[in-house]
Design a protein around this ligand. Structure first.
Ligand code: DC
Length: 220
């Protein structure tokens, strides 16, 4: 079974994906990692983020092993890392170069320790529309920019990272704008996606509803 979860940053995709991965014992692919890896490698090599060809070359050579190596860098998950990922992800050639790697994961899904899995959960922006348009179940998780900025702001404080709420909010809005308005594979719900708004539902409620949908699908 293939499940996709798309939506903007800090909407709760990762938490829902983790909950579902544990409950159903499915592998999980956080597809934002491929763009974070390219953005971080550009930064580490001192490349100009506007250099699309440099980003393309990095994307063409990216492997799972190297992506997981880069993920150990603190900037992989930082606000800067998210911004850089969003910028390189807008380049159509970079997206095309990273597509097969994402799609192939569903052919042979494995857990982090290499064990094979019976199913896969993707999270990202275009996993239900472009990466796996034939997924069995598609979710789109959203929340207001203010609610998502509040979550990110608290996460930064919990991690001991100094943050300013208004800056986090401006960053969330700028990233939404870039992700939703780029020409290639913009962030949008697939036509057959089930939409949840986590401004009004908490993540436990969303998980319960998502499980109902998956259980129903598995019956058929
Ligand atoms: O989910 P995330 O914050 O790790 O994603 C980082 C950036 O990567 C996001 O701003 C847009 C891009 N992205 C994308 O374009 N398509 C995806 N499927 C996943 C992420």
């Amino acid at each position: 079974m293939i499940i996709t979860i798309d939506g903007p940053a800090a909407a709760g995709k990762g938490t829902l994906a983790n909950n579902l991965s544990q409950k159903y014992n499915y592998a999980y692919f956080d597809t934002g990692m491929v763009y974070r890896a390219v953005g971080l490698e550009m930064h580490l090599l001192g490349k100009d983020l506007a250099d699309e060809n440099a980003a393309l070359e990095i994307a063409q050579n990216l492997t799972f092993e190297h992506m997981h190596e880069l993920a150990k860098n603190p900037d992989f998950r930082s606000a800067l890392g998210g911004k850089n990922a969003s910028i390189v992800s807008a380049y159509p050639k970079v997206r095309a170069a990273l597509l097969k790697m994402q799609q192939d994961f569903a052919l042979n899904p494995v857990f982090a320790d290499g064990r094979p899995a019976q199913g896969v959960i993707y999270d990202g922006r275009d996993t239900g529309t472009v990466v796996c348009p034939h997924a069995d179940v598609k979710f789109f998780i959203t929340a207001s920019p203010e609610v998502r900025a509040e979550r990110r702001y608290k996460e930064f404080l919990q991690k001991g990272i100094a943050a300013d709420y208004n800056e986090v909010l401006a960053d969330v809005k700028a990233r939404d704008e870039r992700d939703a308005n780029r020409a290639t594979a913009p962030m949008k719900p697939a036509e057959d996606a089930i939409i949840f708004d986590t401004s009004t539902l908490n993540i436990q409620e969303v998980t319960i509803k998502a499980c109902e949908v998956i259980d129903e699908k598995q019956k058929h």
